[in-house]
Design a protein around this ligand. Structure first.
Ligand code: SF4
Ligand code: SF4
Length: 394
């Protein structure tokens, strides 16, 4: 049974096409049904029973990158990414692509701490040795020690303030060194740091699979844990986590973690951008979709990079266009993801920068994978690493 609220929302579409002009999958395919407007119209037909759920319809709705480029542009006020999530929940049984990997991912996310050690063994013995032969996606090694393995409060004699970290799954399991860079930087400016073991996945991958109830359960558990933490701010190193917690939790469970902040927002607001110095080099910046389109954070990262003595900042062309990662999209729509990604690599390469900086561990994973394919030798860094290094003058 389709919700009346969704049906009413979809009926507001006047077919103006504003949303499709910003849609990367429409630009790539030049196919209306693979664009924002087409998806809204198709979901409207589904909700008014003119279309029955089917494989092709599901493919159109699941091929959305959830990049948020179309968010806020609709003159009638439709929140397009949000209706896509709701549409996926209606079509999840019709979308069979990557059935086994989706099942595995769902289990891994739901029981993260107990499944990751097994995933690590599987990755070592089977996935990595055969990934090139079978053209499988590159993944960094799963860490044997997740960042948030234990509850930890790093005390500080200076007591400038108290900051908690929402690390996110990618940092916890693939890039724990980013979490350590963050705590290192905070401690050296006198903050007490809280690393919280009770953290669960923010729920974004579950929502993207159409699993709304499961994502809501995760959200409730995170709210329960984090709203009990006393801190001046809770910093996230992943814009998807920040976006989901700040803007989607209120829609799915009616509450949020009020002081969650993206790293870039934090660094500006808490006056971290002074006395920063790095080894000489040329840097460029890639905007993660959920940071730029989703949270509107575009100026802050540039301001931070430009404040670091020794760095020359070069803007790449189309810096805010997607790198093609988009979570599960890069596994389910490999060709599209690769074409979008290779354009990004070309734009990075044209700057002749020696480092590309971004603010999202998912983008880092995608850029690492693309650079390997394109044989492009360039440093790929998260903003937290660049700032941590610059704080200590190297
Ligand atoms: S979220 Fe991105 S990919 Fe999806 S419809 Fe909107 S612009 Fe297109
Ligand atoms: S911008 Fe809004 S009204 Fe216009 S086509 Fe897109 S969803 Fe419909």
């Amino acid at each position: 049974m389709v919700s009346t609220a969704l049906s009413t929302e979809l009926q507001k579409c006047v077919r103006c096409g504003t949303c499709k002009t910003l849609c990367p999958t429409y630009h790539l395919t030049c196919n209306e049904s693979f664009g924002a407007r087409g998806r809204v119209v198709l979901l409207g037909e589904l909700c008014s029973d003119k279309l029955a759920p089917n494989k092709k319809l599901a493919e159109r709705i699941y091929s959305c990158m959830l990049c948020e480029a179309c968010k806020g542009v609709c003159p009638t006020g439709i929140n397009i990414p949000e209706v896509i999530y709701k549409g996926r929940a209606l079509l999840k049984k019709s979308f069979k692509k990557g059935y086994i990997s989706k099942k595995a991912l769902r289990t891994a996310i739901t029981y993260m701490n107990s499944t990751m050690p097994f995933a690590r063994v599987f990755q070592k013995l089977f996935y990595r040795p055969f990934s090139r032969t079978f053209g499988l996606r590159y993944f960094p090694e799963i860490s044997s020690k997740p960042f948030n393995k234990n509850i930890q409060v790093y005390k500080n004699v200076k007591k400038t303030g108290r900051i908690a970290i929402f690390a996110g799954c990618n940092v916890n399991y693939f890039y724990p060194h980013l979490g350590y860079s963050l705590s290192h930087g905070l401690l050296s400016r006198g903050y007490e740091v809280v690393v919280f073991k009770g953290e669960e996945c923010c729920g974004a991958p579950l929502r993207s699979m159409g699993l709304e109830d499961e994502a809501s359960d995760m959200a409730r558990r995170n709210l329960d844990h984090f709203n009990r933490v006393r801190a001046d701010a809770i910093i996230s190193l992943c814009p998807t986590c920040t976006l989901v917690i700040r803007e989607q939790y209120p829609l799915i469970v009616g509450d949020t973690i009020s002081n969650i902040m993206d790293l870039n927002e934090f660094l500006i607001k808490f006056d971290f951008i002074h006395d920063l110095e790095a080894a000489t080099g040329i840097v460029t910046y890639h905007d993660p979709c959920h940071l730029s389109h989703g949270l509107g954070i575009r100026e802050q990262p540039r301001k931070i990079l430009n404040s670091i003595k020794g760095l020359e900042y070069r803007e790449m062309k189309h810096a805010d266009e997607c790198c093609g990662f988009a979570g599960l999209f890069s596994m389910q729509f490999k060709e599209m993801a690769n074409t979008i990604g290779m354009k990004k690599i070309e734009n990075i390469s044209n700057t002749s920068a020696d480092t590309v900086v971004t603010s999202c561990p998912g983008c880092i994973m995608q850029l690492e994978s693309l650079c390997r394919k394109a044989h492009l030798r360039i440093n790929i860094k998260h903003m937290v690493e660049v700032v941590d290094e610059a704080m200590h003058g190297h």
